[in-house]
Design a protein. Structure first.
Length: 432
């Protein structure tokens, strides 16, 4: 694998077969950070084989937690207690989820030095809500030269109302509160399935949390040393699941998504139904699956992103891609983050008729796209460009594959197994 790798896609007709959905990127990285809260050996299963897991493992190793990949989605993490609450810039700047070490380190050790995190560059994600919530619990912060210095003798419980249901702020306040003295209540908390997954992980460690899955979380702090290591299966990745749904939507066919949780994607599945996609949920929990069937051209709809249980902003590039070949005109509104329409120019290179203006994009569907060289600007947009290639005549070459590697577990192999004409190539080497 190199940064020069390309994904080549040629239209190949309907997709058929089964695909297993790996664990969620947006959960596993936070679970890994939470291992800072207790000594011992943790085991995570259903861990996706993605680059960001490796980067987070490097960051935690620098702080003092060892990681061992054992294959088949199994990751063992060992916290021997020799924690150094300093997150080095050269690792932090590679991944936004590094901010998630703030809550556990501050809650357990009362101090942390953390460079401001990097990762995808699609607009600012201020951490003001993280800091305000932790300040209400007794923390003090100094920001010097891009480094946050945090201290607290011992955090105490507080009633915290978030201005916006921020996932990151909810996670950091939650992981800090499990060791705080007294009760902490988080109102307007984020409700994403990944938040619930983190809550269940913390409860398995011995934390006391009420209101899991709701917008009000109540955490009764336990004494330092009372939490313990545990085992946990990472919740399936709903964004990866949506990617395969979108692939079938633009290609046609019939595919079963093993492990996909329809109850985590309810609003999205309703809107996909409105576009003409037939999705049937089967089983529940660890035995859940989705069966998707698509025939004929999609119908255009209007979509707006909203906090969970609304349409996630991570779904939007996939929806825009689907609308680009749908019948009619659809308007997509981004309510959460600025700067997330940058991939529109790449879709236009494939022949999509899209006009983006501020928080809105007007998508006029065309019968088919045309293959061309494009470049992924971030994880989800990169996957959407691959999906677009499935609907394009001729060959589509997607560069910037390292972005896709950060969030997708063998996207090329899984699509190829469904019948897609797709391969990954390294310039100067024979394709495989």
């Amino acid at each position: 694998m190199t940064d020069d790798d390309r994904i080549l896609i040629r239209r190949a007709g309907p997709l058929r077969g089964e695909v297993t959905i790996p664990g969620a990127k947006n959960s596993v990285l936070k679970l890994m950070a939470a291992t800072l809260l207790a000594d011992g050996e943790f085991t995570l299963t259903n861990v996706p084989d993605i680059a960001d897991v490796g980067i987070m493992a490097e960051l935690l190793a620098a702080i003092g937690v060892e990681s061992r990949f054992e294959g088949h989605g199994r990751l063992t993490m060992v916290n021997r207690g020799g924690i150094r609450p300093v997150a080095p810039y050269e690792l932090v700047e590679r991944i936004r989820a590094s901010i998630n070490v703030l809550g556990p380190l501050l809650g357990r050790f009362g101090k942390v030095s953390l460079s401001l995190p990097g990762g995808d560059d699609f607009g600012s994600r201020p951490i003001d809500m993280h800091l305000k919530g932790l300040e209400a619990m007794g923390a003090t912060f100094e920001l010097r030269h891009g480094v946050v210095e945090a201290t607290a003798d011992r955090l105490h419980g507080a009633d915290i109302t978030l201005e916006f249901p921020s996932v990151g702020a909810t996670e950091n306040i939650l992981t800090a509160a499990v060791h705080a003295k007294g009760a902490t209540v988080i109102d307007n908390a984020a409700r994403e399935p990944e938040i619930s997954d983190l809550c269940h992980f913390l409860v398995a460690m011995g934390a006391h949390i009420e209101g899991i899955g709701t917008s009000t979380l109540r955490i009764e702090g336990v004494e330092p040393g009372e939490l313990h290591a545990t085992q946990h299966a990472v919740v399936p990745d709903r964004i990866q699941a949506a990617t395969y749904l979108a692939a079938v939507a633009v290609s046609g066919g019939e595919v079963v998504l093993r492990g996909a949780r329809g109850d985590h994607m309810d609003m999205l599945l309703r809107r996909f139904h409105d576009m003409g996609l037939t999705v049937t949920a089967m089983g529940a929990g660890a035995d859940a699956s989705l069966a998707v069937w698509a025939q004929g051209r999609l119908r255009s709809i209007d979509v707006a992103t909203l906090p969970y249980p609304g349409i996630a902003t991570d779904y939007k590039p996939l929806i825009v891609t689907m609308l680009s070949v749908a019948d009619g005109v659809g308007i997509v509104t981004e309510n959460l983050y600025p700067g997330r329409f940058r991939y529109v120019e790449e879709l236009q290179r494939l022949g999509a008729d899209i006009r983006a203006d501020g928080h809105h994009a007007v998508v006029r569907g065309v019968p088919q796209l045309s293959g061309a060289p494009v470049k992924a600007p971030d994880i989800r947009a990169g996957a959407a460009l691959v999906v677009a290639g499935l609907a394009a005549e001729g060959e589509t070459s997607v560069a910037g594959v390292h972005h896709i590697d950060r969030g997708y577990d063998d996207l090329v192999g899984r699509l190829a197994a469904l019948g897609a004409d797709i391969e990954r190539v390294t310039p100067g080497r024979a394709s495989a």
